[in-house]
Design a protein around this ligand. Structure first.
Ligand code: KG4
Ligand code: ZN
Length: 335
């Protein structure tokens, strides 16, 4: 019956969560607004902001959970992949805290945690996936279809050969001069737009792999040509442009996920990672699964984008296996 404090600091969100078994007691996130000014995450500024946020965020998480630090049974942190300077802040904090409380340290992989967020049980009625299930992991840096055989036994059966889906959203947004990160804004404007207003070619990639760089280029060229005819083209058609590019990205993702289901015979389909917050992807997964009689697993909105609750649930399963990290554990930027 462990209480675990988990810390996530892989990119530009500083987050701390407290879990008791598989129930989240607190999940606190401090976002870093500073990067908006630069159109992307500036690693050096991200590390400094983590340094400023980490103690207040942990303090608030413990208060919100209503527990004292002496009640904790383990401290978990994200070991990677991510920005090294950012990861080091969370890792060093976790080590120091674990050492001072004389409790075990747990190192968690960020991508595994995104998927394992489906095992958080906020209510007793909530369904969690059974093994095997398929997970479409779509974030700012990754796009993978993963066959989940057990909590820590996963096989990547498809992945992007260039840009990630989140990057495709963010780059399309940048082309339209929307601020970073553009994904949530594309989603917002798309709600008022026509997804069939403009068509862009879907990449034709073999098997279960993805490619998004060609789509970005055709979007860029299309806008460049239209701006020559009408300098106000983006403003005049923002909603339709967002809805149309989102439609293609979601189409590509869903086609491959459904293909993976047919190939593997697995009928429980989950989505995870920042792009799983996308409203069109969420509703397409649900309707596609309903049509086929499959089961859809859609994460709660707050567990889609980066958060420490997902690190906490992964840490819980590692705690059960007594899979603890050494005090010389060091983070990695790439897997
Ligand atoms: O998982 P995440 O928070 O961080 C990484 O591990 O990369 O994912 C961030 C990505 C960004 O590319 C962001 O634009 C995208 O997720 N994203 C969205 C939405 N919310 C976040 N993309 C489309 N629609 C959204 N609603
Ligand atoms: Zn992430």
């Amino acid at each position: 019956m462990p209480y675990i404090l988990a810390i996530e600091s892989s990119c530009d969100d500083t987050s701390a969560a407290v879990i008791f078994n598989n129930k989240i007691l607190a999940n606190v996130i401090a976002n870093q607004q500073i990067h908006e000014l630069y159109g992307g995450v500036v690693p050096e500024l991200a590390s400094r902001a983590h340094q400023q946020h980490i103690i207040p965020v942990v303090d608030t998480a413990l208060k919100n959970a209503g527990i004292k630090r002496e009640q904790l049974d383990a401290i978990a942190f994200t070991k990677g992949p991510g920005l090294l300077g950012s990861l080091l802040v969370g890792c060093s904090f976790a080590k120091t805290f674990a050492l001072s409380l004389n409790i075990p340290l747990i190192a968690v992989d960020h991508l595994e945690a995104h998927i394992l967020s489906h095992f958080i049980k906020d209510t007793d009625e909530q369904l969690i996936p059974e093994f095997p299930f398929l997970c479409l992991l779509v974030s700012g840096g990754h796009t993978q279809i993963i066959l989940m055989k057990d909590h820590f036994n996963m096989e990547i059966i498809g992945q992007t050969i260039d840009d990630a889906a989140g990057e495709a959203f963010d780059k399309a947004a940048k082309i339209m001069s929307l601020p970073y990160p553009g994904g949530p804004l594309v989603d917002k404007f798309a709600r008022e737009g026509n997804p069939l207003a403009f068509s862009f070619p879907e990449p034709n990639i073999a098997g279960l792999n993805f490619s998004f760089s060609g789509l970005k280029t055709s979007f860029l060229y299309f806008i460049r040509d239209q701006l020559k005819l009408n300098p106000g083209f983006i403003d005049d058609h923002k909603n339709d442009l967002c809805a149309s590019i989102q439609h293609v990205i979601v189409n590509v993702l869903m086609k491959k996920l459904m293909k993976a289901a047919v190939q593997t015979g697995v009928t429980q389909l989950a989505i995870a990672g920042g792009v799983s917050a996308n409203s069109a992807l969420r509703s397409r997964l649900q309707t596609s699964c309903d049509e086929k009689g499959y089961q859809a697993f859609i994460p709660k909105f707050e567990y889609s984008t980066d958060n420490a609750a997902m690190i906490a649930i992964a840490a819980y399963y590692k705690f059960l296996k007594q899979d603890f990290a050494e005090l010389n554990a060091s983070p990695y930027a790439r897997k």
